[in-house]
Design a protein around this ligand. Sequence first.
Ligand SMILES: Nc1ncnc2c1ncn2[C@@H]1O[C@H](COP(=O)(O)OP(=O)(O)O)[C@@H](O)[C@H]1O
Ligand SMILES: [Mg+2]
Length: 296
Amino acid sequence: MLETPKGIHTIRNLPDEKLGQLWESIKVDPALKSQLHAQAVLNFTVRRKIKRSVLPLHGIILLVGLPGTGKTSLARGLAHKVAKSFSATGMRLLEVDPHVLGSSAMGKTQKAVSELFSQTIGEAASMGPIIVLLDEVETLATDRSKLSLDANPVDIHRATDAVLTQLDDLAEKHPDILFVATSNFPEAVDAAFASRCDLILEVPLPNAEACKQILTDCLTRIGEVYPAIGAITASPGFGRCVSECVGLDGRAIRKTVANAMAATTETAANPNTMTVDMLLVAARSSKANRAKGSKH
Ligand SMILES: Nc1ncnc2c1ncn2[C@@H]1O[C@H](COP(=O)(O)OP(=O)(O)O)[C@@H](O)[C@H]1O
Ligand SMILES: [Mg+2]
């Protein structure tokens, strides 16, 4: 990892095989992955060659979906995939520090945002092609139509305006930037921001096939250490565990496996004693409790 300027949480040189593993770990419709990959590649091929009056690209892709559906992982993995598509480019991934832009720093937000986009990101882009992760972008591009002026400081409006102006500027000056933004709350994302996105993709909850792949992946990998857990994928009750996971997000499915490993203090101390029934019980309880949790 490289030294990070203000407002940037991490900088990574690309490609980075660890990010490639993240990309592979997310089980979604392969068509979604290839659409995402293709749009990102297009950004770096055509933007420097075709005028913005012809193709008004901003270099922004937005991933929306429920928490835990793999958006952040896909965004990071995408950076690796794109860099692999262009060999020897010196491409880098910058992750914007959410705290600089978040509501806790609202008083200072507008200035911080302007500095971040016009200086930090602009400077980084003049050194070579970059992909910038704007995770949970709703904190940064808040839907102003949902804010009441007296309940929220004018600063929020100004900060959103600042983001939009800077994005327009960067799009004009730097064809070699790709922003990958994510949001758990698409309804909170400012309409003017959404309109600047070149592609908005919804990352769905995993379907039955994806649930099976996530569970299989998780159990098999744990099976490298605890073989009895890996063997659960071949047991007759495995299919019922998969069905029980439909409706859960990918993060919750992986956590369910951990819950099953902690079914008793004995299994926790010796995970090889975990059974397929424990997994089934954990999946049921996970679904019931998450359904309750989401009502609050
Ligand atoms: N579709 C999926 N397939 C496999 N794992 C998933 C999937 N969705 C989420 N996960 C797992 O859940 C965790 C959280 O993913 P993350 O990318 O942070 O989700 P989000 O940003 O949408 O909240 C990761 O460990 C990831 O591996
Ligand atoms: Mg995320």
